[in-house]
Design a protein around this ligand. Structure first.
Ligand code: NAD
Ligand code: LMR
Length: 339
C-alpha cells in the first residue's frame, strides 16, 4: 500500500484552513441520534466538512435546538432538524450517508453486549426506515454492540430486498485513533505520522490492533506490545470508568466518526486510495463480518484487504477473538429472525 493510503488519516478540514475551490458534488449526510452525546459534536464536525451540502439531524427529541445552533455556522451545508418518528422519512430521504449514533451508552461494570437489549430494537427500526427511504445510502453504524448491530442492519436490509454489502459499515475508527495515540506515546514518534491497522470487531478482545504493521517502526518490547494491545482493547472501558456513570466516549468518537464519514464522502466523490479499517461483510476469515482495511469508492467498499503477516501474538489474538465475535454476529442475526 502506498504511504498515502493510510488508515484514519486526519480530516483535512480539521487541520488546514485552506478550502479547495474545486466544486464538490451535492451530498446529503443524515445523523440518527443527533441530539446525543456523540450526535451533537459529530453534527458540529459534519457541519465543518465542505464535502457536505445538506446536513440532516434526526433524534426522538431535541434536534430542532441542535439544528438551529449548528446551522448558524458559516460553512457550506444547509442544516435541517427532525424530531420524532413521523419526521424520520423526511430526514432520511435522499441521503448519501446515514451515520447512526442512536442508542444507550455503557455505565461502569457493563459490557457492550449489555446494551443489546435496548439498542438492537432501536437499530432494527432505524434500519427498516433506511431500507424504505434511502436504500442506497452508505450506513455508518456507531451504536453498540457494533459486533451485533451491523449484522442486525444487514438482516433487515436482506429482508427488505435492499442489502448491498458494500454499503454497510461498522465504525471501528475509534479503535484506530486510540491505537495510534497510544503507540505514538510509547514509541516516542510524531502521532501525526502514525498508522496502525486494527482488525476483528469492536468489543474487548475482539479488538485486535496489529502493532507489528505499525508505522513508523519502533523497537518496542513484547511487554510493551502486550500493554499497548490491552490498552487499545480496554480504551472504551477506560473512558466509561473515568466518566463514572455519565456515559462513554463521545468527543473522541465524534472525531473518529467524522474521519470515517469524510473517508466515505471522498470515496463516493471518486478520490483514489481512500483506505480505512471498518467492520464489514468479509471473507478474510471464516466469520461473515470482520474488521480490516477496506478501500472506499463510488459504491462504498471496493476492496476488503487481508490481514497481512501476523506475529505469533497477533495470530493467537485472532484465534482467541473468533468465538466471541461469531456469537455476537449470530445474536444479531437471530434477533431479526425472532429467535
Ligand atoms: P447518548 O445517550 O448520549 O445519545 C444517544 C442518542 O440516541 C440520544 O439523543 C437519544 O435520544 C437517541 N435515540 C434513542 N433512540 C433513538 C431512536 N429510536 N432514533 C433516533 N435517536 C434515538 O449516547 P452516546 O454517548 O451518544 O452513545 C450512543 C451509542 O454509541 C451508544 O450505543 C454507544 O455505546 C455507542 N458508541 C459507539 C462507539 C464506537 O466506537 N462504535 C463509541 C462510543 C459510543
Ligand atoms: C468505545 O469504544 O468507546 C465505545 O464502544 C463505547 C464503549 O462502550 O466503550
Amino acid at each position: 500500500l502506498k504511504r498515502s493510503s493510510s488508515t484514519s488519516s486526519t480530516v483535512s478540514y480539521l487541520t488546514s484552513r485552506g478550502f479547495s475551490s474545486a466544486p464538490a458534488p451535492e451530498r446529503k449526510v443524515t445523523v440518527l441520534g443527533a441530539a446525543g452525546g456523540i450526535g451533537q459534536p459529530l453534527s458540529l464536525l459534519m457541519k465543518l466538512n465542505p464535502l457536505v451540502s445538506s446536513l440532516s439531524l434526526y433524534d426522538i427529541a431535541g434536534t430542532p435546538g441542535v439544528a438551529a445552533d449548528v446551522s448558524h455556522i458559516n460553512t457550506r451545508s444547509e442544516v435541517k432538524g427532525y424530531a420524532g418518528e413521523d419526521q424520520l422519512g423526511q430526514a432520511l430521504e435522499g441521503s448519501d450517508i446515514v451515520i447512526i449514533p442512536a442508542g444507550v451508552p455503557r455505565k461502569p461494570g457493563m459490557t457492550r453486549d449489555d446494551l443489546f437489549k435496548i439498542n438492537a430494537g432501536i437499530v432494527k427500526s432505524l434500519s427498516e426506515a433506511i431500507a424504505k427511504y434511502c436504500p442506497n445510502a452508505l450506513v455508518n453504524m456507531i451504536s453498540n454492540p457494533v459486533n451485533s448491530t451491523v449484522p442486525i442492519a444487514a438482516e433487515v436490509f436482506k429482508s427488505k430486498g435492499v442489502y448491498d454489502e458494500r454499503r454497510l459499515f461498522g465504525v471501528t475508527t475509534l479503535d484506530v485513533v486510540r491505537a495510534k495515540t497510544f503507540y505514538a506515546g510509547k514509541a516516542k514518534v510524531n502521532v501525526a505520522d502514525v498508522n496502525v491497522p486494527v482488525v476483528g470487531g469492536h468489543a474487548g478482545i475482539t479488538i485486535l490492533p496489529l502493532f507489528s504493521q505499525a508505522s513508523p517502526k519502533a523497537n518496542l518490547s513484547d511487554e510493551e506490545i502486550i500493554a499497548l494491545t490491552k490498552r487499545t482493547q480496554d480504551g472504551g472501558t477506560e473512558v466509561v470508568e473515568a466518566k463514572a456513570g455519565k456515559g462513554s466516549a463521545t468527543l473522541s468518537m465524534a472525531y473518529a466518526g467524522a474521519i470515517f464519514a469524510d473517508a466515505c464522502l471522498k470515496g463516493l466523490n471518486g478520490v483514489p486510495d481512500v483506505i480505512e479499517c471498518s467492520f464489514v461483510q468479509s471473507s478474510v476469515t471464516e466469520l461473515p463480518f470482520f474488521a480490516s482495511k477496506v478501500r472506499l469508492g463510488k459504491n462504498g467498499v471496493e476492496e476488503v484487504f487481508g490481514l497481512g503477516p501476523l506475529t505469533d501474538f497477533e495470530q493467537q489474538g485472532l484465534e482467541a477473538l473468533k468465538a466471541e465475535l461469531k456469537s455476537s454476529i449470530e445474536k444479531g442475526v437471530a434477533f431479526v429472525h425472532g429467535n
